[in-house]
Design a protein around this ligand. Structure first.
Ligand code: COA
Ligand code: ZN
Length: 309
């Protein structure tokens, strides 16, 4: 076992991955308030929106309004999702300096999500990544369904490796390995991560867990022991799954930070400030968010304040 990292980079994806899965369409000004509260927590990176088709993701149709209005801190990176050249043009026009392209390890999911084969997605990204590099932008490459696919079931590590190799050949700076439907168990992490680390290097590898079946933190722990030091999470565990009422979505940032800080791992992020951002989001979506830490913090706060938050 590798020594676990002393410092971990937490990438906040709530404004994108969380909000794209919320049933309600959140007003632009509330998104901006949510992002401003997240900014106060000191994240190194906040994924703020997606320049995708508004028909595919109506929740993020206001990307061109949101992105320029976000108050940017010089030390923070604000990536946006881009699926094609049309998205790249919109991202550039909005002033984005970091992008993420996204494909998957299984064909059926790729078809359903971006209406392309995996091979077509790689070809679509080629000019996108070239343009990004010309403009000095940081490029993340997401691979979804790396531990299981809603249509195809099991996904073999070799399928993920094949896609990772193609994204790396395009020149992406970082890979984010997604458990899109939250099915992974730690043994799968142990099987897959070394194969990817061999290709990308540990420092270019992020893991992106969803907590749909309660295994996300166990998977993070397995990955920490393999030396992974970048994890994606979403404030409050926002998002859920639109097809499974009450189900947990992204690994909640609060739950991740609580575990990391408890283990003596530094993140530079203020957990109490994340709770404030999530409490605001919960008031906007008018339902409790799924983060265990958030629920505990809010009920402790209510007990202290006589029910007033
Ligand atoms: N931004 C805005 N609009 C876009 C766009 C972009 N990046 N890319 C395409 N469009 C528009 C087209 O102009 C077209 O509009 P029209 O119907 O008014 O003419 C429409 O979307 C369809 O475009 P087309 O090129 O035929 O794409 P498609 O229907 O095959 O869809 C994607 C492909 C990739 C654009 C679409 O599936 C998508 O945006 N998916 C994103 C899914 C996502 O974000 N998932 C979550 C992240 S994992
Ligand atoms: Zn996700």
């Amino acid at each position: 076992m590798t020594e676990i990292p002393r410092r971990v980079r937490v990438v906040e994806v709530g404004p994108r991955d969380g909000l794209q899965n919320e049933k309600t369409i959140i007003p632009t000004e509330d998104k901006l308030r949510f992002i401003a509260l997240l900014n106060e927590a000191g994240f190194p990176e906040i994924e703020v929106t997606s320049f995708v088709s508004p028909k595919a993701i109506p929740q993020l149709a206001d990307a061109a309004e949101v992105f320029p209005a976000v108050e940017k801190k010089p030390e923070t990176r604000y990536p946006v999702l881009v699926p094609n050249m049309r998205g790249m043009e919109r991202a550039l026009a909005a002033g984005a300096q970091a992008i993420a392209v996204f494909t998957a390890a299984s064909e059926s999911f790729t078809r359903a999500n971006i209406n392309m084969t995996i091979a077509q997605s790689i070809e679509a990204f080629r000019p996108v990544v070239e343009t990004a590099k010309t403009n000095g932008m940081h490029v993340r490459g997401y691979i979804s369904t790396t531990f299981g696919c809603p249509y195809e079931g099991a996904v073999a590590p070799q399928q993920v490796v094949a896609v990772a190799d193609q994204l790396l050949a395009l020149g992406v700076d970082e890979l984010s390995i997604g458990d899109t439907i939250g099915v992974a168990t730690p043994n799968q992490v142990t099987d897959l991560v070394p194969l990817l680390a061999e290709r990308a290097g540990l420092e270019r590898l992020a893991l992106h867990f969803h907590d749909t079946r309660g295994t996300a933190l166990a998977n993070v722990l397995a990955a920490l022991h393999l030396g992974v030091s970048t994890f994606d999470s979403s404030a409050g565990g926002a998002g859920g799954c639109p097809y499974a009422p009450g189900a947990a979505g992204n690994l909640a940032t609060e739950d991740l930070l609580y575990m990391l800080h408890g283990m003596g791992i530094q993140t530079g992020i203020d957990l109490a400030a994340v709770v404030r951002a999530s409490a605001f989001l919960a008031s906007v979506v008018r339902r409790p968010l799924t983060s265990k830490y958030l629920q505990a913090a809010l009920s402790a706060g209510e007990a202290q304040n006589g029910g007033v938050r």
